[in-house]
Write a protein that binds this ligand. Structure first.
Ligand code: UD1
Ligand code: CA
Length: 471
């Protein structure tokens, strides 16, 4: 039977000193709550319930996921009270209920899987996932008897000096038999904090003679609870290291791994090399043996194999096919597609433009709303005039066409297959296949024109105070 996952995320996060709800703070570019939901989704969950406070709408917007059910905790009265707020959503739940804290973004699916395996194997009523902390200060301590059986979880502020020395702490992840949900009503308010602690469920289950255990598994790093901005930075560092190491192990080479950013959902192919200051943003797939030179940003794009992207290039929402050469200083705007072995060079801007195989636009061009065939040459300074002040129009250029430098193509327009456009032309009518189109004033020559000009005006004398003289 599938497990139900409940993520506690209604806390105010006062220690963050921020107007943004704690669980919406990004860790390495991904809001904490989203990281947890992604992890949960890898566990083939039944229902996913998020407990939200007054920021529920913001949370829904960020997560944008119809599979999630939200429960409101109107007043924040602690983690026990938070889980109780989902009573209605948990009513018909028959499988295990897995509870997670929304501020623990580094937790891995592997550890949760291992934890649930133990919970089910031992047929526990209540299980707690614990870990050994270097510094246990901000976590609840796991109390055990002399036979190592768990007795209770005790929070820092309620612990004795001796208990405070315990290094085994509560991760905030629990597995509950649905029958244990009834115990939530028995949790008493903690007098010091005036909150209902979910951790008290351990003690209650034990007193009822129910099988209860704490499993100390996983690595400390993945349980880092983010309560302060300091911990947010620490979590970000951990996440970054995890992602970079993941790609290094898969054959990606970083010249300076400290200066690059790889979004957690990006995918990189083996033998790809990233130079310093490369920024690979979300929804990006980079192929094998790709070289990305410094200061390149790629967002929501698919880059094929053996592509070279030179310095200072931005690629957004586009597809680049195998062996293409892009940049330096290229701007590939959304909905563009660049064919294999094509070359898009210095100061070329593309928008919603398809470029065919082996087509070149190597210098200083704007190509917008264009469909350009294969083996086309787009000369330096070519502009598609796609906007008439009201709407956008399409430029179509056939295979093997040659567009001379400094030409303007006034859309809507079609340049036929193999046609030539003479340099410096403004083309406003369709050009048939294999034709030559020219539109420029014919060249005149006026012999000795410059000589005559000098004879009448003379050369200007240099100023007495001019720099040249001074020097
Ligand atoms: C909690 C545990 C502690 C554990 C630690 C692990 C309790 C009492 N303590 O402490 O044993 O070691 O997590 O990181 O459970 N929340 C709500 N509603 C509330 C209060 C909190 O939804 O009324 C949510 C928060 O948004 C957060 C999570 O529950 O995601 C944990 O709350 P937090 O206040 O951070 O608990 P800790 O003090 O860290
Ligand atoms: Ca916390």
């Amino acid at each position: 039977m599938k497990s139900t996952y409940v993520i506690l995320a209604a806390g105010l996060g006062t220690r963050m000193n921020s107007s943004l709800p704690k669980v919406l703070h990004p860790v390495y570019g991904v809001p904490m709550i989203q990281s947890i939901v992604s992890t949960v989704k890898r566990l083939a969950p039944g229902k996913i319930i998020v407990i939200a406070g007054r920021h529920v709408d913001g949370m829904k917007k960020v997560l944008n996921d119809r599979d999630i059910v939200y429960a409101r905790q109107k007043v924040q009265k602690g983690t026990g009270h938070a889980l109780r707020s989902a009573r209605k959503e948990l009513r018909h739940c028959k499988g295990t209920v897995v509870v997670l804290n929304g501020d623990t973004p580094l937790i891995t699916a592997k550890t949760i899987r291992e934890f649930l395996l133990r919970h089910h194997k031992n047929r526990n009523f209540v299980s707690v996932l614990s870990f050994r902390a270097q510094n246990p200060d901000s976590y609840g301590r796991i109390l055990r008897d002399s036979s190592r059986n768990v007795l209770a979880v005790i929070e820092e502020r309620d612990a004795t000096l001796r208990q405070k020395k315990i290094r085994e702490v509560n991760s905030g992840i629990y597995a509950l038999h649905p029958g244990a949900l009834g115990f939530l009503d028995e949790i008493k308010m903690n007098k010091k904090k005036k909150e209902y602690y979910l951790t008290d469920i351990v003690d209650i289950a034990l007193r009822r003679g129910k099988r209860t255990a704490a499993y100390c598994i996983g690595h400390e790093r993945e349980f880092l609870g983010v309560n302060t901005k300091q911990e947010l930075l620490q979590a970000t560092r951990f996440m970054k290291e995890r992602i970079i190491n993941h790609w290094i192990a898969r054959g990606v080479y970083f010249i300076d791994e400290d200066s690059v950013y790889i979004h957690p959902d990006a995918v990189l192919g083996a033998e790809t090399t990233l130079y310093p200051n490369v920024f690979i943003d979300k929804q990006s797939i980079i192929g094998k043996r790709v070289t990305i030179y410094p200061n390149v940003r790629i967002l929501s794009s698919a880059i094929g194999n053996d592509v070279i992207i030179k310095d200072m290039t931005v690629i957004e929402g586009s597809v680049i096919k195998n062996k293409a050469l892009i940049g330096p200083f290229a701007h590939i705007r959304p909905d563009s597609e660049i064919g294999s072995e094509a070359r898009i060079g210095n100061f070329v801007e593309l928008k919603k433009t398809v470029i065919g195989k082996k087509t070149n636009a190597a210098h200083l061009s704007y190509l917008g709303d264009a469909v350009i065939g294969r083996h086309v040459n787009i000369g330096a300074g070519t502009i598609t005039c796609n906007y008439d002040g009201k709407s956008k129009h399409v430029t179509t250029i056939g295979d093997y066409a040659f567009v001379g430098s400094d030409s303007q193509l006034i859309a809507p327009i079609t340049v036929g297959k193999g046609a030539y456009i003479g340099a410096g032309s403004t083309i406003s009518k369709d050009v048939p296949s294999w034709a030559l189109a020219l539109s420029r004033a014919e060249q005149r020559k006026i012999l000795n024109w410059a000589k005559k000009k000098f004879q009448t005006t003379g050369r200007k004398k240099k100023s007495k105070t001019g720099r040249k003289k001074e020097a």
